[in-house]
Design a protein around this ligand. Structure first.
Ligand SMILES: NC(=O)c1ccc[n+]([C@@H]2O[C@H](COP(=O)([O-])OP(=O)(O)OC[C@H]3O[C@@H](n4cnc5c(N)ncnc54)[C@H](OP(=O)(O)O)[C@@H]3O)[C@@H](O)[C@H]2O)c1
Length: 324
């Protein structure tokens, strides 16, 4: 990107690889997932925190294999499959060029290993939405025999959250906006589904859930707060339905907790812990990778248009397919 703007500001260019510095690791990309944060940054809604932001390479997560290691890199070997995300890779911090690239360079401490038994593309599809769902749900405390509401349940974060909450013994109520999504979310394992149009507030039963993983906010927020039982926790991880919310202040006079999680807080140890758990669940089939569609890296602008139009089920992955 040489400027903020529509998807067309994304262009595929060739540059020379720089020699690695100390602690750095070079990864050959297998797949880099596209996130809403990439769209917000491209549009200029979330500005890059750098005096000279352009040229800018988007992408906050990548799965690949290590091709080269710099001085002082221990415990990581060439050929090893790894995942890394956030921690200054692209994003608004842009400490490094992002993940929409054939080769990505990061500090070795930002990596997590992917077990060789797993399909790296499946891990790329779970990736950041899986880590967000895992950490967001952790804010709810023990999930065993708890009733958990997941908003945006058919989306990337939501679908991962359903599987992870079920894996930890919760009963899950999913909130979606269409009958089609309702069937999909049941297929993912949700015990119950509430369907409401995006421009309406859901009519959720008061004091009926122990925890909420909320990626939507917007029209749903007030009703979600009201649905929390005393002692319940709402964990906010996104506001795709809008960040202006209204609610009855009396709902907060009960002992409920409103908190949240952002992957801006992620560091190497937290990533490795989350990937360890997600790998275990992927391995034993408790959690399945979300549906995904792959596009070549040079079609990044097309990928942004798809995600912007909405209706994408699961995730969009950019992969370094050759141009014919
Ligand atoms: N905290 C973090 O670190 C973190 C990490 C990743 C993502 N996020 C945020 O989490 C949110 C969801 O991300 P995602 O990757 O899951 O997105 P996604 O795959 O596009 O899914 C979003 C879901 O939300 C629903 N939705 C979309 N617009 C809506 C609206 N206006 N009102 C109500 N529901 C709406 C859609 O369901 P229907 O089609 O059924 O309406 C869709 O299934 C985004 O805001 C994203 O920025 C945060």
């Amino acid at each position: 990107m040489e400027a903020y703007g529509p998807p067309e500001v994304l262009s595929y260019v060739e540059t020379n690889l720089q020699p690695l510095g100390p602690r750095e690791v070079r990864i050959r990309t297998i797949a880099a997932a596209v996130n809403h944060t990439d769209l917000q940054i491209r549009r200029g809604n979330w500005t890059i925190r750098s005096a000279n932001p352009f040229p800018y390479v988007p992408g906050v997560e990548v799965v690949g294999t290590i091709t080269e290691t710099g001085l002082g890199v221990s415990d990581w070997a060439v050929g090893q499959p790894v995942i890394t995300m956030m921690q200054g890779l692209g994003g608004v911090r842009a400490a490094r060029p992002g993940a929409y690239a054939d080769f990505v360079t990061v500090d070795f401490d930002t990596l997590a290993a992917i077990p060789s038994s797993l399909d790296p593309v499946a891990m790329a599809a779970l990736g950041l939405v899986g880590v967000t769902a895992y950490e967001g749900l952790r804010r709810l405390g023990s999930l065993e025999n708890r009733r958990v509401l997941v908003t945006g349940a058919a989306g990337g974060v939501g679908s991962a959250a359903i599987a992870i909450a079920k894996a930890q013994g919760a009963s899950v109520l999913g909130l979606v906006s269409s009958q089609e999504d309702s069937a999909y979310v049941r297929q993912l394992g949700a015990d119950d589904v509430h369907t409401v149009a995006r421009d309406r507030s859901p009519d959720l039963k008061a004091e009926s859930v122990d925890g909420i993983l909320d990626a939507v906010a917007g029209n749903a927020f007030g009703s979600c707060l009201n649905a929390l039982r005393a002692g319940g926790v709402l964990s906010l991880v996104g506001a795709i339905g809008g960040s202006d919310v209204s609610f009855d202040a009396w709902t907060l006079i009960r002992p409920v907790i409103v908190t949240g999680y952002s992957t801006e807080l992620l560091d190497g140890p937290a990533l490795r812990n989350a990937i360890h758990h997600l790998s275990g669940w992927l391995n034993d089939g408790t959690v399945r990778a979300p549906a995904h569609k792959s596009l070549p890296l040079y079609e990044a602008s097309k990928a942004h248009r798809y995600l912007e139009q909405g209706g994408v089920r699961g995730r969009i992955l950019l992969r370094p397919f050759q141009r014919h």
